[in-house]
Write a protein that binds this ligand. Structure first.
Ligand code: NAD
Ligand code: FES
Length: 285
């Protein structure tokens, strides 16, 4: 069992959890994830390792409350234990020596982008980050991302902070400006439709783009087939073959339709979910 050491609400329905796990913290590399279970009967939830501190023996996870399971997880209190946590899982990001990289983070995708951006920054690449959210209140880790970026562009859909619009607009501009083709790598992490549209932009400039796929996962170890995705006409398991893939080769329509498979059931469960009064979060925790 791993103890939850800290919990912070970053934005509405988005929580940062710092979890004690020395073994995972020592092994974790950018791009990898864990599968957690809040209690014995809980669903298994895959979450990217957004940060790791090997000295302190902690990892940082960011949870978006999207259903009953993530709601349950987000309501744990510091001092409580997670029933199970396995990882690090998945293949680490390939941090290449390139002059420039562009990191596109959409919404909660900010959390998984951060350790990858930091790895490229520490490897000496010029890092351009584009961070988008629907509105100012949903932005988080802006300073953290800026600290590993040489250029940091923020967008909000409604224009309440930074530039008005979607992340794809500055991506297009940055690629237009790059006439000497210094940008050797683009990463996009966020909602599937955002990643799909970032891929379209990258393709229009004949650039490679890596995306991180988050299909439905169960065991996270290649056994159940739940996370299968089609990439380049072949079937892969995102948990062991990914989660990162060449975005140009992903069958996006299939990926998006499979992501929605249990949407109705999730919505029903969330509506039925009613935590005990004492389990409801207070504003200060
Ligand atoms: P969101 O819907 O608020 O969108 C965030 C930003 O993405 C927007 O501000 C916009 O700039 C961009 N975007 C959205 N739709 C776009 C479009 N059609 N074209 C271009 N850009 C677009 O994001 P959210 O609510 O934080 O995201 C939640 C989703 O992100 C969940 O469904 C979750 O599965 C996914 N997610 C994916 C990963 C991953 O590893 N791929 C990690 C975390 C979250
Ligand atoms: Fe079961 Fe990937 S989650 S095979």
């Amino acid at each position: 069992m791993s103890t939850l050491l800290a919990r912070r609400e970053l934005a509405p329905k988005i929580y940062e959890l710092v979890v004690e796990s020395g073994r995972i913290a020592r092994k974790a590399q950018p791009g990898q994830f864990v599968v957690v279970m809040a209690h014995e009967r809980a669903e298994r939830i895959p979450l990217t390792i957004a940060d790791a501190d090997p000295q302190a023996g902690t990892i940082t996870l960011v949870v978006l409350v999207a259903g009953a399971s993530t709601l349950e997880l987000s309501q744990l209190r510091p001092g409580q234990s997670l029933y199970a946590i396995i990882g690090p899982l998945g293949k680490p990001s390939q941090v290449e020596q390139v002059a420039q990289v562009v990191m596109v983070a959409g919404g909660v995708g900010t959390a998984p982008i951060y350790p990858i951006a930091r790895a490229f920054y520490q490897a000496g690449s010029q890092v351009i980050t584009i961070q988008g959210a629907r509105t100012k209140e949903l932005l988080f880790w802006t300073e953290r991302l800026a600290s590993v970026s040489h250029r940091h562009i923020i967008t909000t859909d409604d224009g309440s902070f930074g530039r008005r619009g979607l992340v794809t607009e500055p991506l297009r501009e940055v690629l237009q400006e790059d006439t000497e083709r210094q940008i050797g790598c683009i990463y996009a992490i966020g909602p599937a439709v955002m990643m799909k549209n970032c891929v379209r932009v990258a393709e229009s400039f004949a650039r490679k783009i890596i995306v991180s796929l988050n299909p439905i996962m169960v065991d996270g170890t290649g056994m159940c087939g739940g996370c299968r995705v089609e990439v380049g006409g072949q079937t892969f398991f995102a948990c062991v073959d990914g989660p990162e893939f060449d975005g140009r080769l992903v069958n996006w329509d299939l990926f998006i339709s499979r992501q929605k498979l249990y949407h109705e059931q999730e919505t029903c469960l969330l509506m039925q979910y009613s935590p005990h009064e004492s389990e409801k979060p207070s504003a200060s925790t």
